[in-house]
Write a protein that binds this ligand. Structure first.
Ligand code: MEV
Length: 438
């Protein structure tokens, strides 16, 4: 067996790393090595920037950076950058944007902007002593983060509240310091984690000499300190509305469309298996904007899915209603986004994305992102209750199939023409290309 373990890998140069991986895991295949190298940026300065984003970079992994135009949001017309590999997502968002642009556009509003984090603590002594200690020590804990908070406070942000929570009913000896923050235009992860670690250190150190613990001889211990990606106090909502008649669609009259649409949302409300796919469609749009704008899509995903379960059962993130012939469709989601710091000031394409969006602040970006999620859900449900999803999906996927088959430009044109009014499937496309080639 070849030796595949390695020490000091991160110290190797990029060329050495590529050679190592190709030798040990790719049988020295020159083609695969060439592909890794083909995706290097020809400008070494640009490449260096990307190399430095993370450890052990071998090459760049491209994803399409697309645009969904015609998003009318609170009266402003925007073109939204989206980074996503799934072929039909940008087309669907664009269709929904156009549909609603002609019906008054989207409305959006930020409900709250509070983020949070916790210092998780073990304490086996009497709860009263910990409560007394916390009240006594709190000013010192706040003092400790003064230097970190200085700039954030100047701009109106910083720590808002620090409370001790008794979690012993759920887990023996478990307490937490729950901290809430306003981080303005920063996503705030580094700021929050730095504050929490300072608070935790002071909390543990000061306890050693504090009189309340001397009698029992039992001291609190910090287990860990970290922000929470569950941010139900950092909420945004977006909605559309129009007369039911204006929804006439794909041969379906407005009333029938609205009723079927409502039913589709109701099913996603009560059936978790459907809700997960329903919400996945929403996340198609949200993740694409979050990625394009250099934000943390894992954090956003985790927080939003947790919010979808807040009532004890996983459920739809969107709601629809018909009242007095007015159709309303809305979304409410938590989201911690930043427009300064992190990748937003480093990745040149992220900067372009922000510029396309007219350099929004964090609250504006929350609104745009929520709107795209709502639009994506509208587009998916509209297809599902009318033509079915595959028609549009396979139309967009046709080019991927043709590229897989290495079709020439003229073969592509003939295939697109042929399948204009026919059902597209992988096998039918293969068959058609074979007949062309024979
Ligand atoms: C596909 O990526 C997303 C959909 O499945 C969403 C949905 O079913 O609502 C079309």
């Amino acid at each position: 067996m070849k030796v595949k373990a390695v020490s000091g890998f991160s110290k190797k140069s990029k060329a050495e790393k590529v050679t190592w991986i190709v030798h040990h895991f790719l049988n020295d295949n020159p083609k695969l090595k060439a592909i890794l190298e083909q995706y290097w940026n020809p400008d070494p300065t640009v490449q260096k920037l990307h190399d430095d984003f993370t450890e052990n970079t071998l090459t760049n992994f491209y994803l399409p950076f697309g645009i969904a135009p015609n998003f009318l949001i609170n009266g402003d017309l925007l073109a939204v950058p989206m980074v996503i590999e799934e072929s039909s997502v940008v087309a669907a968002a664009s269709n929904a944007a156009k549909f609603w642009m002609d019906r008054g556009g989207f409305q959006a509003e930020v409900i709250s902007t509070e983020k949070n984090g916790q210092v998780h603590i073990n304490f086996k002594g009497t709860p009263e002593s910990l409560i007394r200690y916390f009240e006594a020590i709190k000013p010192k804990l706040l003092e400790r983060i003064d230097p970190i908070q200085k700039n954030m406070k100047k701009r109106g942000g910083g720590l808002k509240e620090l409370v001790l929570i008794d979690g012993t009913k759920k887990l023996d000896g478990y307490y937490q310091l729950h901290a809430s923050f306003e981080t303005l235009d920063a996503m705030g992860a580094n700021f929050i984690n730095s504050c929490l670690e300072q608070i935790a250190q002071a909390f543990e150190n000061e306890a050693i000499d504090h009189e309340v613990f001397q009698k029992e001889g039992i001291f609190p211990e910090v287990v860990m300190s970290i922000l929470s990606n569950y941010v139900p106090e950092c909420l945004v909502k977006a909605w559309v509305e129009c007369p039911v008649d204006a929804l006439a669609n794909n041969g379906m009259d407005g009333q029938a469309f609205a009723e079927n649409f409502l039913r589709a949302v109701e099913i996603a409300k009560i059936e978790p298996r459907r809700a997960v796919t329903h919400n996945k469609g929403i996340m198609n749009g949200i993740d694409a904007v979050v990625l394009a704008t250099g934000n943390d899509f894992r954090a956003v995903e985790a927080g939003i899915h947790a919010y979808a379960s807040r009532n004890g059962s996983y459920s739809s993130l969107t709601e629809a209603s018909i009242q007095n012939d007015l159709f309303t469709f809305k979304i409410e989601i938590p989201m911690a986004l930043g427009t300064v710091g992190g990748l937003t000031s480093l990745h040149p394409l992220v900067q372009v994305a922000h510029a396309i969006l007219q350099n929004p602040n964090a609250m504006e970006l929350m609104k745009i992102t929520a709107v795209v999620g709502l639009a994506q859900n509208f587009a998916a449900l509209r297809s599902l209750i009318t033509t079915g999803i595959q028609k549009g999906h396979m139309k967009m996927h046709l080019m991927n199939i043709l590229n897989q088959l290495q079709a020439s430009e003229s073969e592509k044109q003939k295939t697109i023409q042929h399948f204009k009014d026919r059902v597209i499937s992988h096998s039918q496309v293969v068959k058609f290309i074979e007949t062309l080639r024979n």
